[in-house]
Structure formats: C-alpha cells, structure tokens
Design a protein around this ligand. Sequence first.
Ligand code: RFL
Ligand code: PHB
Length: 393
Amino acid sequence: MTTIKTKVGIIGGGPSGLLLSQLLDLKGIDSVVLERKSREYVLSRIRAGVLEQGFTDLMREAGVGERMDREGEIHDGVVISDNGVEHRIDLKGLTGGDTVMVYGQTEVTRDLYDAREARGGKVIHDADNVQPHDLTTDAPYLTYEKDGETHRVDCDFIVGADGFHGVSRKSIPADQIREYEKVYPFGWLGILSETKPVNDELIYARSDRGFALCSLRSQVLSRYYVQVPLDDKVEDWSDERFWDELKARLPEDVAARLETGPSIEKSIAPLRSFVCEPMRYGNLFLAGDAAHIVPPTGAKGLNSAASDIYYLYHAMIAYYDEGDASGLDSYSETALRRVWKAQRFSWWMTSMLHQFPDHPEFEQKMQETELDYFLGSEAARITLAENYVGLPF
Ligand code: RFL
Ligand code: PHB
C-alpha cells in the first residue's frame, strides 16, 4: 500500500472539490482530490448553465476566470412566460445592478481541471472504492483502489464533495445526521442542440401542458427542457416529439422562431429537494450536492455548492494561517443558513411554474394567482430578482 500525506483529502472531482483544491493551493494549502470517474466522463455530464456573481467572483479569485469572462454571457434579465404571455424580470434594474453569467458547468469544470494540471495539483481519476476512516480523530485518512492496488491518503481534514450519490454522507452514522427531503412527481427532459438560442435571455415558461425552459450555452448551442412524468424514458422522446412539445408550451411568437435540429445530448433528471444537517461529522465536512440538492428551476444547485466552498475555504485559511478553528466550528451552521434560503427559492419557483398531477382545483387557483401576483407587483419582482441573482455570502 502506498501512502501519501496531505492537509485536505477531497472526495469528488466535480466543481466543488476542484474549486476548493484550487483555492487552497493558491494559499499554499496542499490537498488531494479523489475522483471515481475519468476526466472525460465528468466533462460529458451536461448540467448547470447559470452562475451567480458570488460564484464568478470565486472563480476569478481561484485564477480561473479568464475564459469565463471572455466566453460567458452576462444576462441582465430573464423572461417568465405565463400561458403564452411574456413578462421580463429586469434582474439588473430590480437589484440595483446585479446580473448572472451564462457559462456551462462543463466549461467551469474544464477550466478547473486545466488550472489544477498547470499547478501540478493532485487530482486522481478512476479512484475506486474510496473510503473515509477515523473521522472523529485528529488523523482521519482515505483509502482507495487504483490499478489493482490499495492506496492511502493521510490528512487533517476530509471534504466530502462527491455529489448526492457519493460515499461521504453515507459514511456518517445515521443517528448523527438528519435528512430532509421532498421528491417531486415529475422530471425534466433536457436536450442540447447546435442551434441558435431562441431568445437572448432565458425563458421560464409555465403552461397548462407543463413547464418548459429555454436556456443556452452559447450563441450556437441551445439547452432546452420540458417537464415530463416521472416514468417517462428518454426513448419515449424522439427529437421531433420534443420540439413539438416545447413549441406547444412557449408563447406563439417564440415557438414560431424556434430553430430546431438534431439533439446532441438528451437526458431526464428527476426533481428533488434534499438537505442533510449538520454538514460536518468529526473532521469530515460535506460540501455541494453531497449535502444538499435542489430542483433546477431556480438555477441554485451549483451556486449553493460554491457558497459552501466559499465558507469552507475561508474557515480553512483561518485555521492554517492563524490556528483559528472557529470558522470550521461554525461552517455547518453558516453554510446551512444560505443553503436553506436557496432551497426555499428553488422549491417556490418549482411550485409556481410546474403542473402538479392531482393538484386540487383550489391549489391550482392559488398557484396561478401566486404567479399573477408576482409578475404584477414591483415589490414581488424585486424578491424574485434578488434571489435569482443570488443572496450575498
Ligand atoms: P457533482 O457535480 O455531482 O460532483 C461530484 C463528483 O464526485 C464524484 N464521486 C465520487 N468520487 C469518488 N468516490 C466516490 N464514491 C464518488 N461518488 C461520486 C462524481 O463522479 C462527481 O464527479 O457535485 P458538486 O461538485 O457538489 O457540484 C454540484 C453541481 O453539479 C450541481 O449542483 C448542479 O449541476 C445542479 N444544477 C444547476 N445548478 C446551478 O447552480 N445552476 C443551474 O442552472 C443548474 N442546472 C443542475 C442544472 C443539475 C442538473 N442535473 C442533471 C442534476 C440542470 C440539471 C439538468
Ligand atoms: C441550464 O442552462 O441548464 C439551466 C438554466 C437555468 C436553470 C436550470 C438549468 O434554472
């Protein structure tokens, strides 16, 4: 067995784990990232597209903002369509200047991998059977298997950044955590197509046929989603069926100018709200999807992961630079306060914009009225805008 020694052992080479290792490295704090999959596999997952300002600031602080600032698009507003009627939410005007950045998670991850490589960072791919050990001692360690051998990583702290299905959260004794969960009775079918986006800004569409979202990755790459029943399969959805359904949920003028083409990716994601409390067990700290997930309607998943990393990074600097452990001790509480607000916003956006099978008529009326009120009231639109651009860290 080979053993390496580091300060922070990070499980998961998604955006959370990579961003933390890059930030720590710039402050001279050594880490090792263990990722179960190959780099190509991680980069083939199409996920988030909308980044809050807090996230983009953190990318710049990590020295990986250059391509993002060059190729990403700043968006000043989003459109909400209510059964064919478009309403623009002027994010910038309503928040006193805040905007969001459209830049894909794939690109964020690629930039982080490149930066880690350029600095000689230790990111170990295809690490099988990663296991954390001795979490409640001062000498926790990780083991993993690669190329038929078992390896060991000794560290001061372990960060579980291994997503919702990872091993970190599952290695905490069940009586030490509490999990809160809501599963929605539908999923999102998403496609990526090499077509010009139908609109300069994102369109969140509520319609009697179900929710739809028009998003983008660049001016030649579009990302579209439609709400589908939970038991639908990707095979049920030909490209033609997808485009027809999307058009039927959009305002007529938008549908008329929608450019269609072959999909280059098509997948279905179930919608879930989930939070694990606390986000710490001994010297294991959970971050990102390992600790919480949201339905994608508010574009908050990756952004919530980034806010965890922000708190954890600052707590670790205080610990290593000044021997001050107070940030680590309050990490879970501080991070969760913001996590729950992102949960609330995502749940609310989801509740307001989707069709719920078996919703009683009264609930249906309340939902319609909720949206009507929010679109009609300046105070309400400010609330929506300040949450969408992201609450301060
Ligand atoms: P990730 O990205 O899941 O990365 C975890 C990594 O850990 C690895 N792993 C393991 N490694 C070693 N050992 C194990 N036992 C392991 N188990 C897992 C995995 O292979 C993986 O590489 O978690 P992270 O880094 O916390 O990042 C979270 C984000 O990926 C997630 O929150 C967002 O993608 C959510 N999300 C969105 N977030 C936004 O902020 N804005 C959006 O517009 C947005 N759109 C979306 C989304 C998520 C979606 N899906 C499919 C879930 C749209 C969709 C459709
Ligand atoms: C995306 O572009 O994938 C996307 C954008 C906004 C969301 C969810 C997903 O709310």
